[in-house]
Design a protein around this ligand. Structure first.
Ligand SMILES: [Zn+2]
Length: 272
């Protein structure tokens, strides 16, 4: 056992899984991905049991004994605390994705800001992101802990490994806890790069053929979730400006606007 580390893979004793969920909790808290008692983490222990963080505790302060074991319907099997209030979302992901054994939910601020603005992270800005995640869509808003939220997420879960939840946060998942946690880090990092390139006023997107080459490489790395190239996933140099999420924006000063209006009025008068 290596202190506070999280090791790859799922072939571990339950004690080790408990310790690693606590370690992942400390990391998402230390990185500012959650505030107060936000967020939740779970893993699939076996074909009938889920190990989840409990509700109403800081994810940075959990001890292995705080965790709760439930069945795949969310009924508590062991633990003195109550399971996460978002357990239904985790169970839905395990049900729809037999390849997934770990789920991370947090509210990292830059990615969550994109979710609140209903802006998917779907631009072909960074080669590594196209390979690692493809696109990160926004699931429409649903009240946390209700079937509304599950209904919003369900159509996206089979095709993505990371999803922004409108007006709420982010959920990531993978074959093991380390993968799910890394995906959370990657989403927030990508959201930050997207924000800064937006502030710089220039985003040079990869071309469709660049993206197709990356998708071939993706298959080579054994990442199979990504769909092919569609007009808005990812948005490439060719499709930028033509998809709904990409309105053409310009900014002008008040003086420039007044000059344009004056010019239009003058031309109109000259014509009549
Ligand atoms: Zn949440």
């Amino acid at each position: 056992m290596l202190g506070d580390s999280i090791s790859p893979g799922m072939a571990k004793a339950e004690d080790e899984h408990r310790r690693e969920i606590c370690s992942a909790g400390r990391r998402i808290h230390a990185r500012g991905f959650v505030a107060a008692t936000d967020g939740n983490i779970s893993i699939r222990l076996d074909s009938r049991r889920i190990l989840t963080s409990p509700t109403n505790i800081s994810k940075g302060m959990m001890l292995p004994d705080d965790l709760v074991v439930t069945d795949l319907q969310g009924r508590k099997l062991a633990g003195r605390r109550e399971p996460s209030s978002e357990l239904a979302m985790h169970l839905l992901i395990y049900q729809l994705r037999p390849d997934v054994n770990a789920v991370c939910h947090a509210h990292p601020p830059v990615a969550t800001a994109h979710a609140a603005a209903c802006l998917p992270l779907n631009k072909a800005l960074l080669s590594e992101i196209v390979m690692a995640l493809g696109c990160v869509p926004v699931a429409k808003y649903g009240t946390p802990g209700t079937p509304e939220l599950s209904d919003a997420l369900a159509p996206l879960i089979p095709h993505h490994d990371a999803i922004l939840m409108a007006n709420h946060g982010v959920v990531t998942f993978g074959a093991d806890l380390l993968t799910a946690f890394f995906r959370m880090e990657t989403v927030e990092h990508f959201a930050l790069v997207s924000l800064v390139t937006g502030l710089l006023g220039k985003q040079v997107l990869l071309s469709r053929s660049d993206v197709e080459k990356l998708l071939v490489a993706r298959a080579r790395y054994g990442i199979t979730t990504a769909s092919g190239v569609s007009p808005d996933c990812p948005v490439t140099r060719e499709t930028a400006g033509s998809v709904a999420s990409e309105p053409a924006r310009i900014s002008i000063t008040r003086e420039e606007l007044e000059a344009l209006i004056e010019e239009a009025v003058r031309k109109d008068r000259a014509r009549s």
